[in-house]
Design a protein around this ligand. Structure first.
Ligand SMILES: NC(=O)c1ccc[n+]([C@@H]2O[C@H](COP(=O)([O-])OP(=O)(O)OC[C@H]3O[C@@H](n4cnc5c(N)ncnc54)[C@H](OP(=O)(O)O)[C@@H]3O)[C@@H](O)[C@H]2O)c1
Length: 345
């Protein structure tokens, strides 16, 4: 199985490329910048391929799976998915963007016909929460409402910040009656017990608002992040700033600044930090909650994406639109390094 990692010289792409090579996977590194792509491939002793996304189709000969690490995925997923469907190549990415998940879910039939799978969100966003959602649904199949929460110390890379800026003018998002519903950012707050007592959390438009619906069929979904009160205030007041971010030159300028000034978490931080994930499912009569502890978000992303490449290589039957949990089952997250068992209540 040969996998092509696109965006391989970005912060996250490089870490995944190094891990894939360490695990002995057959990978080709790709990206649009020749010097950076070839330089990294030379260091790691693997092949490279340089092309802009519009030319992807003519560069997938002999490639079984693409792992797209080039974000924002609102700009990169569509051309790469088109190329994968045309060439019969599996498509994986590490997006957390709701519109991208929704657009790929709509290509389910095309992917079935092309005999390939479309598996976005194979990073921290959404692997642990998606597996937790599927686990809760297994515990309470009659559930009609799902709430998920994430408590993370939260260092981010410049690329993640640029992607968040890309989405900020879209505001908040929840799912009601199966449909996506936008609302002002930070509209909802609630205490969540991640195992150490109630912590203040605020609603956030995380990818699970899309994916948990496909993994569980539950029609009402909300996702929360822990946040100090000042962060909640910033989220709320961001609605005054978002019209500014709708101006393309302002957004592009801030994204360039984010990429230039923000470096991703150091190896020490990736090894040190832990993340708590919480979920609650209810059918109105019964409520079940479960928790999960994972490594730092980028550490988990590297492991989850590389493990997905290994599994896709050995499971050729996987076709159509998939979430991490529909592809590999709720226990997938438990197979990753440093992830503790589900704690059920
Ligand atoms: N799901 C998760 O939990 C998770 C975890 C980590 C990262 N992410 C997401 O992954 C993405 C990358 O993050 P990062 O930290 O690696 O960012 P980064 O360091 O800025 O790297 C981004 C990479 O994408 C490439 N790229 C961007 N736009 C492109 C385009 N239109 N065509 C071709 N290449 C393009 C960049 O190439 P150039 O330098 O040539 O522009 C670079 O190689 C972000 O969207 C981030 O939010 C998600």
């Amino acid at each position: 199985m040969t996998a092509l990692i696109y965006g391989a010289y970005g912060y996250t792409g490089e870490l995944i490329a190094r891990e894939a090579v360490d695990r002995g996977l057959d990978v080709v590194l790709a990206g649009r910048n020749g010097t950076k792509t070839r330089g990294l491939a030379f260091q790691l002793g693997v092949d490279s391929c340089v092309f802009p996304l519009k030319d992807a189709r003519s560069h997938l000969d002999g490639i079984d799976t693409v792992l797209n690490c080039a974000g924002p995925f609102s700009k990169t997923a569509d051309p790469m998915v088109e190329a994968c469907l045309a060439t019969g190549t599996h498509y994986l990415d590490i997006t957390g963007e709701i519109p991208v998940f929704e657009a790929l879910a709509e290509r389910d039939r095309d992917a079935e016909e092309a005999d390939v799978c479309l598996l976005p969100g194979i990073g921290f966003d959404v692997v642990p929460t998606d597996c937790l959602a599927a686990h809760l649904h297994d515990r309470l199949p009659s559930a009609t409402q799902l709430r998920l929460g994430i408590d993370t110390p939260g260092s981010v890379s410049g690329g993640t910040l640029a992607t968040a800026l890309d989405q900020v003018d879209a505001g908040g998002m929840i799912r009601r009656g199966g449909a996506l519903k936008s609302e002002p950012p930070g509209s909802r707050t609630r205490p969540i017990d991640f195992g150490t007592g109630p912590t203040h959390a605020v609603s956030a438009p995380m990818g699970d608002v899309s994916t948990a619906y496909y993994s569980t069929g539950i029609e009402t979904i909300e996702v929360y992040l822990t946040a100090p009160e000042y962060a909640e205030y910033l989220l709320r007041t961001s609605s005054y700033v978002s019209p500014l971010l709708a101006i393309p030159t302002v957004k592009r300028g801030l994204q360039a600044l984010a990429r230039a000034l923000v470096t991703g978490p150091s190896e020490r931080v990736r090894q040190r930090d832990r993340v708590s994930v919480w979920g609650e499912a209810t059918d109105g009569d019964r409520t079940v909650t479960s928790r999960l502890e994972t490594p730092e978000t980028y550490a988990l992303t590297i492991d989850a994406a590389t493990t997905a490449l290994e599994r896709i290589g050995s499971d050729t039957d996987l076709t159509g639109y998939q979430t991490p949990a529909t592809a590999f089952g709720p226990a997938y997250v438990l197979d990753l390094d440093g992830v503790e068992e589900f704690v059920d209540e």
